[in-house]
Ligand binder design. Structure first.
Ligand code: BGC
Length: 407
C-alpha cells in the first residue's frame, strides 16, 4: 500500500518554475546550421500561415451575463497550433491542431460565448479546484477540526463546490519567450472559500511550445493547512469537437492499478489491479472496446469515470501518464505529469443537449477528459498520498500534453 512518503507532493516554486523554463527552453526554435541543400531546384516556399508564429495575444471575449468584461488569450506556435482561453474559469475555449493531412481542427468541446459557460457547462475546458473530483460526504477533518463543504453532487462535494475555480474570474498576463507563448492566470481563494481553510494564492500557467506541447503549471501557497488538488477539465475529441463519439480513439494508460469506487463515485480506499478488467489500458485499446462491460465498476461509472494510479518511476517528477490516437485524423496526444493519478472520464453524462461551437450536439461519450490529479477523497483516505498543503510547504504540479500525428 503506498503511503504519502512514496508520493512527495510539494516542491518549491523555484524548482517547478525552473522545470517549466527548462521545458520551454529546450524547445528553442533555432536549429543548428542546416546541411547543404540538395542540388534539385527548391519548390517555391509556401506562404507562411498567419497562425504559424509563436505569439500570445490578449483580446476580449465579450461579457458575462452580469456585464463583467472577459479577457481572451490566443496562443499560437510555429507549428500552426492555436489555443484560446479566457480568464473566466481559466477555460480553454478552443485548441486547433493539425491532422495527418495538415488540416487544423478544434479538438476540445466548448461554446462561442462566455454567457453559455455561465448558464450550463459541465466544466468544459475549465480549471477545477480547490479540490478536483470528489470528497465523500462533503466533509473532512484536518488537524483536529472538521470542515463542511457544499454538497453539490448528491451527498458529496465535486470540483471545488458551488463556486469552484471554474466559475471565478482569474487575472491573466500573457508572455512570449523563445520557442513558447503563454498566459499566467492568478487567483486568490479566500479563507473559508467554499468551506476550505486558508487564503490560497493560486497560479496556473498555460504554455504552448513550438514542440507542440501544452505545458500546464499549477502553483499554490497557503497561510493555513488545506487540501489542494487542482486540474484541467478539457473535453477532448481528437477527430474534432462535435464529430461523434470517442469510442474509436485508441487509449494507452501507464497504470497497473486504479481506485475502485462505491455508489456516488467515492473510492473504497483500495488500489485494485487492472489485470483482467476493462480498466487495463496498459496496451493500446479502443476506448469503446469494453465500455459497455457489465463489470460492476463500469456500471457504477456509467462507463469510465475512475482514477488510475500511474506507474510512476519517480514520484513527484514528470513521467508518462497516457497516449491516445484517433485513427481517422491520425492525431495523437501524449501526457506526462508529476501527479500520481489521472481521472479518465468518457463523457458518460453528456446527453446531446449542449450545442457546441460548430452547432453540433455534444452526444454521450462525445469526448473524454483526462484530469491529472491526486486521488479522489484523499482528505478522508489515510492510505492515499496526502493532498494537504501547509504554510511554507507550497503546492506545485505540472502536466504536459504533447500533440502530434501518426500516419
Ligand atoms: C467526474 C465526473 C463528472 C465530470 C463533470 C469528472 O471529473 O469524474 O463524474 O461528471 O467530471 O462534472
Amino acid at each position: 500500500m503506498p503511503t504519502s512518503s512514496l508520493f512527495p507532493r510539494s516542491c518549491t516554486f523555484t524548482a517547478m518554475a525552473l522545470a517549466a523554463a527548462a521545458i520551454a527552453g529546450c524547445q528553442s526554435s533555432t536549429p543548428g546550421t542546416p546541411p547543404a541543400a540538395p542540388a534539385a531546384p527548391a519548390a517555391p516556399a509556401a506562404p507562411a500561415s498567419p497562425a504559424a508564429k509563436t505569439a500570445a495575444v490578449k483580446g476580449s471575449f465579450g461579457t458575462l451575463p452580469d456585464g463583467t468584461a472577459v479577457d481572451l488569450y490566443t496562443l499560437t506556435n510555429a507549428q500552426g497550433t492555436e489555443l484560446r482561453a479566457m480568464n473566466y474559469g481559466g477555460i480553454i475555449l478552443s485548441l486547433k491542431v493539425k491532422d495527418k493531412a495538415g488540416t487544423p481542427g478544434d479538438i476540445v468541446l466548448g461554446f462561442n460565448d462566455a454567457a453559455s459557460y455561465v448558464k450550463d457547462s459541465p466544466y468544459f475546458g475549465a480549471i477545477v479546484g480547490r479540490y478536483g473530483n470528489r470528497i465523500g460526504g462533503a466533509t473532512f477533518a484536518l488537524d483536529g477540526k472538521t470542515y463542511t463543504l457544499a454538497k453539490n453532487d448528491g451527498a458529496n462535494t465535486l470540483h471545488g463546490g458551488n463556486k469552484g475555480f471554474d466559475k471565478k474570474l482569474w487575472t491573466g498576463t500573457t508572455f512570449e519567450k523563445p520557442g513558447a507563448a503563454g498566459v499566467t492566470l492568478t487567483l486568490t481563494s479566500p479563507d473559508g472559500d467554499e468551506g476550505y481553510p486558508g487564503n490560497l494564492q493560486m497560479t496556473v500557467t498555460y504554455t504552448l511550445t513550438d514542440a507542440n506541447e501544452l505545458v500546464i503549471d499549477y502553483l499554490a501557497k497557503t497561510d493555513k493547512a488545506t487540501p489542494v488538488n487542482v486540474t484541467q477539465h478539457s473535453y477532448f475529441n481528437l477527430a474534432g469537437e462535435g464529430s461523434g463519439t470517442i469510442n474509436d480513439h485508441v487509449m494507452q494508460i501507464h497504470a497497473s492499478r486504479y481506485t475502485p469506487v462505491v455508489k456516488g463515485l467515492i473510492p473504497t480506499g483500495q488500489l485494485a489491479s487492472v489485470e483482467g478488467t476493462p480498466f487495463d489500458f496498459r496496451t493500446p485499446t479502443p476506448i469503446g472496446a469494453r465500455i459497455e462491460s457489465k463489470d460492476p465498476q463500469m456500471v457504477l461509472g456509467g462507463g469510465y469515470d475512475h482514477n488510475w494510479v500511474i506507474d510512476q518511476k519517480s514520484p513527484g517528477t514528470l513521467g508518462p501518464v497516457l497516449r491516445v490516437v484517433e485513427p481517422t485524423s491520425g492525431r495523437t496526444m501524449e501526457m506526462t505529469s508529476t501527479e500520481p493519478g489521472v481521472q479518465f472520464y468518457t463523457g458518460n453524462f453528456l446527453d446531446g443537449h449542449h450545442i457546441g461551437k460548430s452547432g453540433k450536439p455534444y452526444v454521450r461519450r462525445g469526448a473524454f477528459c483526462v484530469e491529472t490529479q491526486h486521488f479522489p477523497d484523499s482528505p478522508n483516505q489515510k492510505s492515499f498520498p496526502s493532498t494537504i498543503v501547509r504554510p511554507g510547504k507550497d503546492y506545485a504540479s505540472q502536466t504536459v500534453f504533447k500533440f502530434g500525428v501518426e500516419k
